[in-house]
Write a protein that binds this ligand. Structure first.
Ligand code: NAP
Length: 277
């Protein structure tokens, strides 16, 4: 598994697993656990979840998927902006820890920016880190101006990642946010890396997919895996999808493939506001 180093020195896999939409239906639970376990076996040991997903249900699914292998997992969870006050996020973290059946979260993220002053949220995150309940903290859905503001506050320079929408069809962050983060060694965690199935049978990817004996979705994921300073977290419950995603790591795109992809999915030519799901 290819890895990337966080500011804190921790090495994490550049291909992880998402869990949005997991933990919503009881009859899907075992399939979700099996999918996450297969992904872990294939080296996708970074698991992204959130208190929002299935209103705690996804964290419970994750807790079962990682039983007996907690130390192999890099566990990421996120708290709601309405829980981002100092007291609120400490309580939210305790609830997540209890659902996840663990005593620490590797990386804890503010899901998106709300009305709580960032200074207060950063204080709460530092408290949780000192208490050992989280090992690192970061943000999600922050545009460059939000990152600049956070960086200027106490504890802001320790932000370990910014989790944002990024894939071949959504390249807006390449204009400013991606280089800004790269200059500071803050990895971007790309969510919806396969644009929620939008690359399936995408004719713009056909030629390259055939050349690499891969699916068009794998090519889109592989493109992200070729980007510097980026971690990708596709979500898959279907076991064939999990295997396909894991195998995307073995695809080596050539310079000419990358140029062709730039022509088919153009990089931004101006500042674009950060897109969000
Ligand atoms: P995604 O990973 O781009 O796409 C997931 C969808 O693609 C699922 O329907 C899945 O189907 C399907 N799929 C997976 N692998 C496939 C493959 N190889 N071929 C064809 N289809 C495939 O979308 P996402 O769930 O929005 O994003 C990924 C993760 O990012 C989330 O789960 C979540 O952890 C995180 N996220 C964060 C935010 C945020 O605000 N911070 C927002 C959105 C997402 P099956 O499940 O049936 O296999």
């Amino acid at each position: 598994m290819k890895t990337l180093k966080l500011l804190s020195g921790k090495e994490v896999s550049i291909l992880g697993q998402g869990t949005w939409r997991m933990g919503e239906k009881a009859n899907q639970k075992q399939a979700e656990i099996d999918a996450l376990r297969l992904g872990i076996d294939l080296g996708m040991t970074l698991i992204d979840t959130a208190e929002m997903y299935g209103e705690g249900g996804a964290e419970k699914v994750v807790s079962e998927a990682i039983v007996g292998r907690r130390e192999d997992i890099y566990l990421v969870s996120k708290f709601y902006p309405h829980n981002a006050s100092y007291k609120g996020l400490i309580a939210a973290c305790d609830r997540s820890l209890s659902r996840l059946k663990t005593d620490y979260i590797d990386l804890y993220l503010l899901h998106w920016r709300g009305s709580t002053p960032l200074m207060e949220t950063l204080l709460g995150l530092q408290h949780l880190k000192q208490a050992g309940k989280i090992l690192d903290y970061g943000v999600s859905n922050f545009d460059t101006d939000d990152m600049q503001e956070a960086e200027s506050l106490p504890g802001g320079k320790a932000i370990a990642t910014n989790q944002v929408l990024y894939n071949l069809m959504r390249r807006g962050i390449e204009w400013d946010l991606l280089p800004w983060c790269k200059e500071r060694n803050i990895p971007i965690m790309a969510y919806s890396p396969i644009e929620q199935r939008a690359f399936v049978n995408n004719s713009k990817l056909d030629k390259i997919a055939i050349k690499h004996n891969a699916s068009s979705t794998q090519i889109a994921l592989s493109w992200l895996l070729h980007q510097d300073n980026v971690i990708s977290i596709p979500k898959a419950t279907n076991l064939d999808h999990v295997k396909e995603n894991g195998a995307a790591l073995n695809i080596k795109l050539t310079e000419s493939d990358l140029k062709e992809l730039d022509l088919a999915f153009k990089p931004p030519t101006r500042k674009m506001s950060l897109a969000m799901r």
